[in-house]
Design a protein. Sequence first.
Length: 480
Amino acid sequence: MAPALVSTPGEPFSSSRDTGKVGSRATSILHRTPWIPPVAVSAQGIYIELENGQKLLDAVGGAAVACVGMNHPAVNKAMKEQIDRVPYVYNMQLSNQPAEELAKLLTEGSNGAFELCGFASGGSEAMEGVIKLARQYFHETGQVKRTNFIARQLSFHGNTVSTLALAYHPARRAPYAAILDNDHFHHVSPAYAKRFQRPDESEEDYVERLRAELEAKFIELGPETVIGFVAETVVGATTGVVAAPKGYFKAMKSVCDKYGALLILDEVMSGMGRMGTLHAWESFGDGIAPDLQAIAKGLGGGYASIGAVLMSKRIANGLRDASGLWKHGHTYQGNPLACAASLAVQKVIKDENLLENCRKQGAYLKKLLKERLQGPNSPAAPFIFDIRGAGGFFGIEYDFDCPEAATFDLKGGHFAMLVQAHALEHGLIIMGFNGSANLEGTKGDVSIIAPAYNVTSAEVERIAEMFGNSVEAVLTKHRV
Ligand SMILES: *Cc1c(COP(=O)(O)O)cnc(C)c1O
């Protein structure tokens, strides 16, 4: 067992968190976690080794990032070669080969959906870039009254001040609510049928209700003031791998089109193959391509801090006819090393046909998880609200409102965190989130599993087994 986990991730509010006091142990990092995370020293494929020799199976690729595993020889080679060529140029002075080639691959591989690409150094930066670019587009095309964004409750678009304001995750924004811009960022309901579709509604009725709500919000704000509607194609780090009901994106786009606003998709987590197709909207967006899109996590695959903004013909033409440039930049934008890494990751996905493997192994994983957790003999079955997802992205949502929960002290809503802690101590990395089940974000637990696209069936079997063991062990521990 890892000594660094004496203060367990699942009990962040216990007195053992004192071990995580700044300076109380050998760390000078102000960590994000109430416990001190163990230190990784080496990695291969989906395995990561710690300082103490413990080997972990990373079933979630960090945060749905490491899509081709660690230490892939082709990616390592490309990065080493790029270091020897040109590790850095500043994009206000020079461009570089891997950046040019990566942008070409991203736009030319989009079947006409995107014409131009701009780089960032991560997901939040990409979403900041999207916000500014969308405004720049209207500023330069003479629609200066457009200043409002409409996004959704229970969403996540990043951790910078503007992306926190754009999104709506109650806990993550709480400390900053007083300084967030509420004048230009507005919110409508999430599209989460299993929790929010009413019992007397059909799927079509539900979609129509959400469409009408968006249109009402446009009218309330003044349709000529709306820049665009922003959504994660498949919601990641809030409700946990939730796809919209059928017809939703078509309906939302119809409202945007009616009033000349933009449809903006955040595929930072769900894009670049995570759902089994390059873009999540290809399989979960009614085939509707966005005007603007942010990508990041699977773009660099963990080898590089990189994100990108993808621009449709509409945006590209508007800007070409006006200033012809992106009035936005960062020092590390289009960094040669990051772009070389990302380019190599994308080539590996293509050359090794990894999207097909991801879909195939993902379907197998989903089947195993359902058998293990929802099967007739599963002690966890009464507490499994939903097992969902596709490609390499799966959410397991729990329910402790059921009558069976009366004999467990799990009312606190930290089950997913307890499972995450137990799994980590027993060699499996997964993610847990709270607050998936109501708009206040005070109820609900979900675990996320998102292995590398080149995961093998033997590894998938191990993931399902280890995950099932963790869920059951936490239940056993909390039976009263
Ligand atoms: C992770 C994430 C972001 C933020 O990306 P960072 O690289 O952490 O800044 C934005 N949007 C979505 C949907 C994400 O999942």
